[in-house]
Design a protein around this ligand. Sequence first.
Ligand code: NI
Length: 135
Amino acid sequence: MRVTVSRKAHFNAAHRLYRKDWSHEKNDAIFGKCNNPNFHGHNYELIVSVTGEIDPETGYVIDMKVLKDLIKSEIEDAFDHKNFNLEVPEFAELNPTAENIVVVIYDKLRSKIKTEMDLEITLFETPRNFVTYSG
Ligand code: NI
């Protein structure tokens, strides 16, 4: 029996969406308010879902404490109260859109979770706007 277990997490972070190789006018046209040169913040909400077989001994797919600690060390400690553009190395040359952030989160966690388990990440940038990535 394969079961999906999910854990919610959250972090606050700032970003600016723009491309250095585009004019200010083009950045404004494509990214609008998100191109504010003074940055702006979001309250990001995260759902990490792991799907796998139930371990017959423990009855767990993955120990929630292990998952919680993994999200804290890999994601919250790296992103919370940070400026994506200036302080998170993965975004030095990568636009910190929700799409790119969800892929970076997936990649950071994927390497820490057993390969026989499936991983899916949903990232809410606002209560109404969210993206999902599962590799
Ligand atoms: Ni934004």
